[in-house]
Design a protein around this ligand. Structure first.
Ligand code: NDP
Length: 350
């Protein structure tokens, strides 16, 4: 941190701002995670070159981000390899950062992986963990997520396996991603009955366009089990920047062939109109739309960390400012946002 400006000049990056990153507990655990974190989906080992990945990680780390998110499936394992090479090269003290992986899809995806190479059975969880450790070049994963629920494995098998990995020192905390509140509670029940370690965190999608799970479905379990959340796609893959309203750029994520399903689902008139209005409101406040959209996620106290994604350094630099401006989202501003979104989820009437 002392040579912050020098480091960036050496890298040819015009970035000399120190951020006042804040840290939150990951749910009821004692783990302090930066309120913004950094993920590598689509980008590392795929959309962007390794040099850009390295500069993004360096920028994130120097801005106070202490958590980098990854998964076996990202770029078929290449995302973890790229991140592992960067972690090795940077030689940051291992106790200064948190790194994750996720298991379920297999590195080739559900369709192309062999039956034993996917799912949440003991064999795949244990082997995927070993493989992620090798690719990331670390001795343990701080966070290990079950990337989706697995209808073909008894929950007991998954909970016991995660507990054992913690006992063996291969992972520190385990959690889920896109599980329902009921599935998470089943895992807690099994863990409690058998004196095993409960899941600590869930990784759900949360942004101005997708709110139900975090705002309603999990409302009760935030209180009862102290669930932590590492939320994904805060910009709905970039739609909330407003850039998709001006047409599809060749270098935009959703112009990628493999993501046509996501484009069809999300690049729709209703979302684009909302994004345009978010841009206008952000400008009124002297902010950019991504800053406003990320700050809006940060205002939710049940969010432990907002995972940022970026394909360019300028994007990350812009988005990192969201932490500092979140207090500009007064009740009045939040009300204006609700008027634009018209999607405030309804809580049950009790
Ligand atoms: P976002 O919704 O924030 O999308 C990030 C993308 O938006 C960037 O890669 C970039 O794409 C575009 N973008 C970001 N900032 C700007 C900006 N300032 N101006 C213009 N465009 C911008 O987050 P992600 O969808 O990447 O999700 C974040 C992380 O969450 C992932 O990396 C992954 O770790 C995790 N995740 C987890 C999932 C799960 O199932 N558990 C699923 C999905 C993500 P481009 O430049 O290409 O347009």
């Amino acid at each position: 941190m002392e040579n912050f400006e020098q480091t960036y000049q050496n890298r040819g990056i015009k970035f000399a701002k120190k951020y006042n990153m804040e840290y939150r507990r990951l749910g009821k655990s004692g783990l302090q995670v930066s309120e913004m974190s950094f993920g590598s989906w689509i980008t590392f080992g795929n959309q962007i070159g390794d040099n850009t990945s390295e500069n993004l990680m360096a920028m994130a780390y120097d801005a106070g981000i202490n958590f980098c998110d990854n998964a076996e499936i990202y770029a078929s394992g290449k995302s973890e390899e790229v991140m592992g090479n960067i972690l090795q090269k940077m030689n940051w003290s291992r106790d200064s950062y948190i790194v994750s992986s996720k298991v379920f899809f297999g590195i080739k995806g559900l369709q192309d992986s062999k039956p034993t190479q996917k799912g949440l059975n003991r064999k795949h969880i244990v082997e995927a963990c070993e493989q992620a450790l090798k690719r990331l070049k670390v001795d343990y994963l701080d966070l290990y997520f079950c990337h989706r629920p697995d209808k073909n494995t008894p929950i007991e098998e998954t909970v016991f396996t995660m507990h054992n990995l913690i006992q063996q020192g291969k992972i520190l905390y385990w959690g889920t991603s896109e599980w329902s509140a009921q599935e998470i509670m089943e895992a807690h029940m099994v863990a409690k009955q058998n004196h095993l370690i409960c899941p600590t965190m869930e990784q759900p999608q949360y942004n101005m366009l997708v709110r139900e799970k975090v705002e309603v479905e999990f409302a009760q379990i935030f209180k009862t089990v102290g669930l932590g959340t590492t939320i994904w796609s805060p910009l709905a893959s970039g739609i909330l920047t407003g850039k998709y309203s001006k047409g599809m750029g060749d270098d935009f994520r959703l112009s990628r062939e493999e993501l046509s399903w996501l484009k069809d689902r999300n690049v729709v008139e209703e979302n684009l109109k909302k994004a345009d209005k978010i841009v206008a409101l952000a400008n009124e406040l002297g902010l950019t739309a991504p800053q406003l959209a990320i700050a809006w996620c940060l205002k939710n106290e049940n969010v432990s960390t907002v995972i940022l994604g970026a394909s360019k350094l300028s994007q990350l630099e812009e988005n990192l400012k969201a932490g500092e401006v979140k207090n500009m989202l007064t009740a009045e501003v939040i009300e204006k946002i609700e008027t634009i979104l018209q999607n405030q989820p309804k809580h049950p009437p009790f």
